[in-house]
Ligand binder design. Structure first.
Ligand code: ADP
Ligand code: MG
Length: 369
């Protein structure tokens, strides 16, 4: 059941110097009940503008917006529903909780302003606070709370009206890393429990992959790929997506054999021959491509290998707890990154060691240049 649908939205701004910016450039997205759609992209790619259009805070130039089966915006017939009538709750970057009100008063505010029956408000507020894990903080003032607790108050305030859709604009960007991760986990749990549909804006790929049912990767106002977290990470549609959603090795190559029965093609790189998946239909022999593979799709072999093997010297190793990253340089000056799971990293290596890397051919992707 689709809760929010935007069709072919466009929004252009004129900067003070007269220059036109296509902030949202023909974007279509939809989010279903109980699902989370993430809008992921670098700063300035139009995430906030898209969300503000859906919320009714920005008037699109073109396109249609539907929410809860009602037309909220279109040019003809001319429809532009005000934000408060769209049935959407919002949690934006500056998640201002009001300092002069207690936590309970903050959370009650949306109910009070909607004329909710007074007698029922305390129970609704208590339930919302319990849902976000701060059942006993109702009497506190926000300035006595940590950033994470204030965030929970803001979330409780969004959820107290049982919205069908919640719009989030980088709500966790002001919270430190550990708390942010906790709140993310909590948010997913809450979403399952409350069953709201969410549209969540972030520039953080880890956050995007963790929270998303669907990710829309944005670039300069356009959707570069729309898919599940697995889709965008394991089968990125473009090199841009591959680079934005994770770390990747890139080696230029020339196709030597088109894809066979197993769908794998082969390409020669300056480092040796690689087999992998063609990411465009017309990658015939002779086509220049870029071969991409992620650092964790490589095994280090000390025996040497003939197949899908690249050799280099270790520059340095970086330990980060869950994994261990090795940066190598090849004889022709390529840099390669390999990431081992920490618990498997039995062997240690020293700078200068010659290492053979065996790349899983199912994880190699060829993109046209
Ligand atoms: P993001 O949220 O992804 O960082 P924004 O939606 O805020 O991106 O902005 C997209 C583009 O539109 C940027 O180039 C930004 O400078 C421009 N922009 C946003 N709002 C306005 C505005 N009110 N006037 C002019 N330009 C704007
Ligand atoms: Mg923004």
């Amino acid at each position: 059941e689709v809760k929010v649908r935007a069709r072919n939205l466009k929004k252009t701004f004129r900067r003070s110097n007269g220059e036109l910016v296509r902030a949202v450039d023909d974007v279509s997205v939809a989010v279903e009940a109980g699902k989370m759609l993430i809008l992921l992209g670098p700063s300035g790619c139009g995430k906030t503008t898209l969300l503000r259009c859906i919320a009714g805070l920005e008037r699109p130039d073109e396109g249609e917006i539907w929410a809860n089966d009602r037309l909220m915006f279109s040019k003809s017939p001319a429809v532009n529903a005000p934000p408060e009538s769209r049935g959407l709750a919002m949690m934006f970057q500056s998640y201002a909780v009001w300092p002069h009100m207690t936590v309970a008063e903050n959370v009650a505010f949306p109910l009070v302003s909607r004329g909710y029956p007074k007698r029922e408000i305390p129970a609704k507020v208590a339930a919302a606070l319990k849902r976000v894990g701060i059942p006993s903080l109702g009497d506190q003032y926000p300035n006595r709370l940590s950033g994470g607790q204030q965030q929970r108050v803001a979330l409780a305030r969004s959820l107290v009206v049982d919205p069908q859709v919640v719009l989030f604009d980088e709500p966790l960007s002001n919270v430190d890393a550990k708390v942010r991760e906790d709140l993310r986990v909590e948010l997913v749990a809450q979403q399952r429990e409350v069953g709201f549909a969410g549209i969540y804006v972030t520039h953080d790929q880890v956050e995007a992959l963790q929270l998303a049912d669907q990710v829309a990767v944005l670039r300069e106002g356009r959707i570069e790929q729309l898919g599940t977290p697995e889709d965008v990470y394991c089968r990125p549609a473009t090199r841009y997506v591959a680079n934005f959603v994770g770390r990747v090795n890139e080696v230029e190559a020339t196709i030597t054999m088109g894809s066979g029965n197993d769908n794998l093609a082969a390409a020669d790189t300056p480092l040796g021959r690689l087999r992998g998946y063609p990411m465009a239909p017309d990658l015939t022999p002779g086509t220049k491509v870029m071969a991409l593979f992620r650092p964790e799709c490589v095994e280090i072999s000390d025996k040497g290998a003939s197949h899908n093997a690249l050799t280099g010297s270790l520059l340095r190793t970086q330990f980060s707890g869950a994994h261990r990253d090795h940066l190598l340089t090849t004889d022709d000056g390529h840099r390669l990154l390999v990431s081992e799971m920490g618990r498997f990293a039995g062997k240690t290596f020293s700078p200068g060691d010659r290492l053979t890397l065996v790349v899983d051919s199912k994880s190699v992707l060829f993109y046209p240049l």
